[in-house]
Ligand binder design. Structure first.
Ligand SMILES: O=C(O)Cc1cc(O)ccc1O
Ligand SMILES: [Fe+2]
Length: 443
């Protein structure tokens, strides 16, 4: 039966338990595993954590599909070269690091073949750690019937250039630059690039899942509001009515302990006619972020701009926070308004989606990145400092064209060979060398 609904349709609400049927009646009523599921579908549970975790952290979905995921050939090591590296192979480098925009290679490559590991810490085998990757692509995955799933952790994807058209087992998501999506461990997906060559950032987490930060005295509203998170409605690839002989080959690529494996199957992995549950991919438009900040004095910590957090077991300590520096009004009086100089026990990987970041007048470019590791000093460059101490403190808008973000982690990152050698801005350290000793010198 043909689907007549629009391709991108969503249900809203962070962490909700959803129900969705691409065909009415696909979900069994009142139970998960009847002797025979409606329409001859197979019931398959996808668990995002141990069955026995406290109820408020439990994440699982039930998928009703034309064939179960297990119908594939044995997984074998992936045959192509990859720049994805296992976190065992990272280098120590305590410097302030800045990367020029990571180029989109000319060679024909899709999202999976365009994954490049930059930095990270921990290991998926112990379910603790985070890794930052860059993706680039100049080719769709679906034309070659390729799909991907990650056994190691969840992907938070931040498109920088190009819209992503993502088919998942749960349905389709369109994720534009300025939006983000989260695709959790185990979920099969394929990335297409309707705008052509595309690039973006990925934060992979091996431990807990992302959640919204607590709001404390801010109250019940603000920052990223739960209703603005969108999850796809069920959609499936209809099998052709005339059987194709031999049947088409679908390739499933799996990331497992940092290595890629592949298997084939002769029917689409996107065969879920209905699902229910709360382990579902989602997207969020960063333009909807409701920023809260000082309206009196001082520059507050960037944790006020946390969109999503992946906690550790230690209260208040995140394995990773996803923080944005959104367009907003600055109104603080008698205040040095750019970020303060600091040394941080956390690791700060920053990326730029568009525009200019408020602490760096030059050199930090869209599609590039920077890393300030544990206790590595950093702060505004010389020009930004000199301008800020003379600035007239009238209300000022960080313009809508600016959108920087930070992946902040309590772990100490190592750097991949690739990132340690390529596209490094060797002159980065110089941006602070013009800062003068103004001690006892009247300005
Ligand atoms: O280093 C950075 O640019 C990120 C950052 C921004 C800010 O406003 C305060 C602290 C901080 O680490
Ligand atoms: Fe910082």
């Amino acid at each position: 039966m043909q689907q007549t609904l629009a391709k991108y349709q969503y249900q809203s609400g962070f962490g909700n338990t959803f129900e969705s049927e691409a065909l009415k009646g696909a979900l069994p009523k009142g139970q998960n595993t009847p002797q025979n599921c409606p329409m001859g579908l197979y019931a398959e549970q996808l668990s995002g954590n141990a069955f026995t975790v406290p109820r408020h952290t439990q994440q699982r979905s039930w998928l009703y599909r034309t064939r179960p995921s297990v119908c594939h050939t044995p997984l074998v090591p992936y045959s192509k070269d990859t720049l994805l590296v296992d976190v065992n192979h990272l280098n120590a480098n305590p410097n302030q690091l800045r990367w020029k925009p990571f180029p989109i290679p000319e060679r024909s490559h899709d999202f999976v073949d365009g994954l490049v590991t930059i930095c990270g810490s921990g290991h998926p085998s112990v379910r603790h750690g985070v890794v930052v990757h860059i993706y680039t692509a100049n080719k769709d995955m679906s034309t070659e019937r390729r799909s991907f799933y990650n056994s190691d952790g969840d992907f938070l994807i931040v498109p920088q250039q190009g819209t992503l058209d993502i088919q998942t087992e749960f349905g389709y998501m369109e994720v534009r630059s300025g939006e983000i999506c989260v695709i959790q461990r185990g979920i099969c997906f394929s990335v297409n690039i309707p705008d052509g060559p595309s690039r973006g950032y990925i934060l992979e987490i091996f431990g807990s899942h992302f959640r919204l930060p607590d709001l404390g005295p801010i109250g019940a509203n603000g920052l990223a509001n739960p209703r603005d998170f969108l999850s796809p409605v069920a959609a499936y690839d209809a099998e052709p009515t005339t059987p194709i002989n031999p049947p088409p080959t679908f390739t499933k690529i799996n990331k497992f302990l940092g290595k890629l494996f592949s298997a084939t199957q002769n029917s689409s992995p996107y065969n879920v006619v209905g699902y229910h549950g709360n382990y579902v991919p989602y997207k969020y438009d960063l333009a909807l972020f409701c920023a809260v900040n000082s309206v009196t004095y001082d520059h507050l910590d960037p944790s006020i701009f946390t969109v999503l957090t992946a906690p550790t077991n230690e209260p208040g300590v995140a394995a990773a926070d996803f923080v944005i520096f959104p367009p907003r009004w600055l109104v603080q009086e008698n205040t040095f308004r750019p970020p303060y100089y600091h040394r941080n026990c956390m690791s700060e990987f920053m990326g730029l989606i568009r525009g200019v970041y408020e602490a760096k007048k030059e050199g930090f470019l869209p599609g590039g990145g920077s890393l300030h590791s544990c206790m590595t000093p950093h702060g505004p460059d010389t020009d930004t400092f000199n301008a800020a101490i003379k600035a007239e403190l009238k209300p000022a808008k960080i313009p809508d064209v600016a959108l920087a973000f930070m992946f902040e982690s309590s772990l100490i990152f190592g750097i991949s060979d690739y990132a340690n050698k390529n596209f490094i801005d060797d002159d980065y350290w110089k941006c602070w060398q013009g800062l003068q000793d103004n001690f006892n010198k009247s300005s």
